[in-house]
Structures are given as C-alpha cells and as structure tokens.
Design a protein around this ligand. Structure first.
Ligand SMILES: Cc1cc2nc3c(=O)[nH]c(=O)nc-3n(C[C@H](O)[C@H](O)[C@H](O)COP(=O)(O)OP(=O)(O)OC[C@H]3O[C@@H](n4cnc5c(N)ncnc54)[C@H](O)[C@@H]3O)c2cc1C
Length: 539
C-alpha cells in the first residue's frame, strides 16, 4: 500500500508559496476549506473503485522504480495540486512519483505507470513542477509527478565544455547551485528566471531567460533526451538517430504531447569572468519614452547578444486606487560584460528618463547575479496571455498598457498584474523557424500579460481580474489578437492556438504525434492534433 513517509519530492520542492495543505491548514476531508477555484474548471469524476492500484504498487515496488500516493495519504495533496490553484479542483485518482529514493529508475517507473494506466483505461498527465499556466499538468486520472528526477551530472565532451545531463524534475533553482559547486572551469546553461520552474516543461516549450540572446533558448542547447513513449518503450532521441523527428518535436512542441521525457542532455557554455546586472524602475508617466528607447536598443543590430532584458509595466494593490498609485515601469537584466559598458549601452534609455524609483547597475559575479534576478513572486491563481512581438509596439499600444495599470481592480495577491517584455533576438533568431519545433525566430520580444489573485479573494474579485486581462489584451492587440503566442504561456481561451503557438511547424508536429502517440494517450485542451480545438474561430 502507499507509503505515508514524507516523500523526497516534498522535502525538495522549492515552492514559492507553500500551498496551505503543506502548512497543515487544509484537511483532505473538508472541501469547504479549500481555496476558491475557477468556476470553469471541471473536476474529474472517474470512479476509482474498479482500478487495480495494488498491481501498480507491486510493479513499482518490484522494479524499485517509484511510489504511489492515493487520496488519504498525507503526501497526496501537496503532490497533486498545480502551482496555479485555479486548476486545483482537477484531482488525480492517484499520483505516481517515478524513481527510487535516489531518483534512479525513473524511466522504468514511468513506463510501468503508462502501461498500467493504459490497461486500466485511465488518462495520464506528466508534471515536472506544475507551473503550466492553463493547468495542463492536471488530470482526473493518474498524475506522474516527476519531481524526484533530478540527478544532474556533467559528461566530458571531447575538449569542448562538458555536457550537462539532468532529470525533468530539476528546477532552475537546482541547476545553478549544483553547477556552481562543481570544480572550475565553471559552466552553465540558459534557463528561465523562476526558481521553481522545472526543466521538463521549460525545455519542451522553448525556455526564455537571461542567457538566451547569447546562447539560445534552453531547448536550443539540447543535444539528447530520454523519452518514455505511449506504448511504454524507453527511447533516446537526438539529431542523428532514428528518433530525430521526436527530438525535433521536443524542442518547442510543448509538454504532454509525444511521450514523457525523463531527462535532458545539454550543451553548456563557460561562465563569464565579467558579468553585470541592472535593476531599474521609473514612475509610470515615463513608460512610453522608456519602452520606445528599450525597443530601439533591442532592434539595433549593434546591440551585443550578451545584453538580456525583461521590461515590465506593472502594478499591485488591493484596490484600483492602490493600483494607480503603484503603477510603474521597470527593467531588469544581465549583461555579459562590465557595468561600465552596460551603462554606456543603456545611456539612451537613461537619458530619456531617469529611473528615480530604483537605479542599480553594477558588476556582479555570474552566480550571484543569477540569484539576484530570480523572480520569487507568489503565484496562487492567475490568468496569462502572450504575444510574439515582431514589430516595435506603437505609442498607442504602450499607452493602452499604461492606462490599464491605473485601473487594475486589485487583489490580495502581491504579484499584482502587468505586462512583461522578454527580449529576443541574438542567438535565438539565428536558428531557422523550422529547424526545431520552436517557430518564433523573428521576434524582438515575447510579451506576457498577466493578472493574479489570491485563494481567499472573492469570486467577484477573481472575475474582475480576468475581465481586466481580457480587456487589456483586446486593447493592445485588437479583436483578432496577435499573430503568434508563446506555447509555454498557454491560454485556454486562445483561438487558432495551433497556428499561433506553432506557425507552419504545426502540421509536422501532428505527423510526429501520429507516429509516437497514435491513440492520443497524451491529451489536453491544446494538445497537438486535438481536432476539436483547431482553428475554432472562423476569422
Ligand atoms: C512563476 C512562473 C515563472 C515563469 N518564468 C518563465 C521564464 O522565465 N521563462 C520561460 O520560458 N518560461 C517561464 N514560465 C513558463 C514555464 O516555462 C512553463 O510554465 C513550463 O511549462 C513550466 O514547466 P513545469 O515543468 O514547471 O510545469 P508543468 O506544469 O509540470 O509542465 C508543463 C507542461 O509540460 C508537461 N510536462 C511536464 N513535464 C513533462 C515531461 N517530463 N514530459 C512530457 N511532458 C511534460 C505537462 O503535462 C504540462 O503540459 C514561468 C511560469 C511561471 C508560473
């Protein structure tokens, strides 16, 4: 029977905001204490009675390949809820954590679980660390929680920098401290900025962060991956072997589509001797000038690839009045060079408006800089949308963002609301749109638009936050929306998502899906080949 011991993944999970159950406040038997959920979420209703859990448990135990958790086990709740609590009502009937106590035999555990679920007729969803915006790592069937699968290691590579191999459950916060502890010369890979995002979802959907203009997206540095297919086979895919089509799809084709990826092997890059960071904040009135100046910098072919930027227009507060007061424009980033050179690069921006609310530009050790720029914000519940920005935003589009910040309804989530522009270009755009499944290779920025609320906000507040986001999206991108969107910021309300996430790569992704998952075992609202959702709007 399922063990009640505190699982390794629960001890290791660097959750930004511990769900209340982890703090021991929620009783599994008292649904009334659970956080308020998105009214549109449908909880799973499949009956558990006929399911042969004992056989799954026996197979996992015999192979020393994982642990099963069922409702009633103390670890079930924290292992089963996603980071976006909007979707926490979708409860799995069981959770398998593949891998033994030391994180080995993970592929075998996944294979056993997939074959067993197929026999039992249960749906399956993999989860690496549950950050999917749209709750796509939830299931009313069997959840594969891959957070045990870490075990990073460096592999020598013929005089080049070593390769890094790491399990899908390895988080951004695991990678850098581990690499830092290895002997010099130090190496790193480009990852995202959120410490608790796991490699599993990040790589499969692309992976943007503060080294991507110089070294490419996280998925661009992938050289090999181990995947458990829908029929339970364990295969290794790379550019040169018989699974090169699968390897292509694993670089941008998004998670939960072609199989369960258990580990990734990446090219690494040397850690630079000279590194610097900037962290700037302006009053909201300066936003149009600042955004225009930053856009010019990113569009300028002379701007070094080592310049990385997240430009934000944001706010937070409990009411519209507080939102108006807290609205601001901010910029944070990292530079492969000295602070003196960084200051010169930023001069046109600083000349157009002085960052009077915060102004930090300084040399910083690479590892410290990574810590400094990690974004540790509470997530709780949120709605998110995105746009691939190929042309500079117009003053009207920027002004629409500014005006919206002043009218955000407010919530109890300190993450607030806003837009973020992640600079693209450099090495990202040197890759052809069809060379990997990540299509967006001509952009200046990826724009994220978000609005957040807390578990204990009223449903009226949650609705107001969602309405605000929808209205902002329409004001900035018009009724038809942007041409393309980032598949790692999935939006369940997005129409024509296949074209918007994958462009002309979509048909090829459908072919890969048919080959490796012909029966559609890996399935969700926006999964590859989900006909019911393809181009639902006639526009
Ligand atoms: C607070 C926050 C900050 C973020 N910051 C960034 C950022 O800086 N850069 C960036 O690019 N993105 C960022 N993202 C988006 C993030 O990259 C995606 O949400 C990513 O998919 C999360 O990965 P995960 O494994 O934690 O999520 P999960 O929810 O576990 O997985 C995401 C999807 O992939 C599937 N999946 C997970 N693991 C596997 C696997 N091993 N095999 C097959 N399918 C799998 C899941 O079923 C789900 O559909 C951020 C998200 C959040 C919530």
């Amino acid at each position: 029977m399922p063990t009640l011991a505190l699982p390794q993944e629960q001890r290791n999970q660097p959750c930004l905001t511990a769900p209340s159950a982890m703090r021991g406040e929620v009783s599994m038997t008292d649904g009334s204490q659970l956080p308020q959920r998105d009214a549109t979420t449908t909880a799973g209703t499949a009956a558990a009675g006929d399911v042969d859990w004992a056989s799954l448990q026996q197979q996992l135990q015999k192979a020393d390949a994982g642990t099963l958790y069922l409702p009633g086990d103390s670890s079930y709740y924290p292992l089963s809820i996603p980071q976006n609590h909007r979707y926490a009502d979708v409860r799995p009937q069981g959770v398998v954590c593949p891998g033994n106590d030391t994180g080995e035999n993970g592929a075998e555990g996944v294979s056993i679980a997939i074959k067993w679920a197929h026999e039992q007729g249960l749906p399956v969803a993999p989860r690496s660390n549950g950050h999917n915006y749209a709750g796509y790592s939830t299931t009313p069937g069997l959840l594969l929680n891959l957070s045990r699968l870490k075990n990073p290691c460096l592999i020598p590579s013929n005089g080049d920098t070593p390769l890094l191999k790491a399990g899908s459950g390895t988080t951004n916060a695991d990678v850098y401290p581990w690499l830092r502890r290895q002997s010099a010369p130090h190496v790193a890979i480009p990852t995202g900025r959120c410490p608790s995002v796991a490699l599993g979802g990040l790589v499969l959907g692309g992976g943007i962060g503060f080294s991507d203009r110089k070294y490419g997206l996280t998925c661009d540095t992938l050289v090999e991956t181990t995947v458990v297919l829908a029929d339970g086979r364990i295969v290794t895919a790379n550019e040169h072997n018989e699974y090169s089509d699968l390897f292509w799809a694993c670089r941008g084709g998004a998670g939960n589509n072609f199989g369960v990826t258990v580990d990734f092997t990446f090219k690494t890059h040397p850690v630079p001797a000279q590194f610097s960071v900037f962290d700037l904040k302006w009053p909201i009135k300066d936003t149009v000038a600042v955004v225009q100046a930053m856009q010019n910098l990113i569009a300028d072919a002379g701007t070094p690839d080592g310049f990385h930027l997240r430009l934000g227009i944001g706010t937070s507060g409990r009411s519209p009045a507080e939102s108006a007061e807290n609205a601001n424009c901010n910029a944070m980033g990292e530079f492969y060079g000295t602070a003196a050179d960084l200051r010169k690069l930023l001069k046109p921006v600083l000349d157009c408006a002085s960052p009077t609310l915060k102004s930090r530009i300084e040399d910083m050790d690479f590892w410290r800089a990574t810590d400094y720029t990690f974004a540790t914000t509470p997530v709780l519940q949120w709605g998110g949308k995105s746009a691939i920005v190929n042309e500079k935003l117009t003053p009207d589009q920027i002004t629409a963002c500014v005006d919206a910040m002043k009218t955000w309804p407010g919530s109890r989530n300190d993450d607030g609301a806003g837009i973020a522009l992640f600079a693209m270009g450099g090495a990202i755009n040197e890759v052809r749109p069809d060379a990997t499944a990540f299509f967006h290779r001509n952009a200046h920025f990826i724009m994220a638009l978000e609005s957040s609320w807390a578990d204990d906000d009223s449903s009226a507040t949650a609705q107001a936050c969602r309405d605000w986001l929808n209205s902002l999206y329409t004001q900035v991108w018009g009724a038809n929306g942007p041409d393309h969107c980032y598949q790692n910021f999935p939006d369940p309300d997005l129409t024509r998502w296949s074209e918007r996430y994958y462009g002309s790569n979509y048909n090829r992704l459908v072919e890969v899906k048919k080959k490796y998952d012909p029966a559609g075992m890996f399935h969700y609202g926006q999964s590859i080949g989900n006909q019911s959702q393809i181009n639902p709007d006639p526009a």
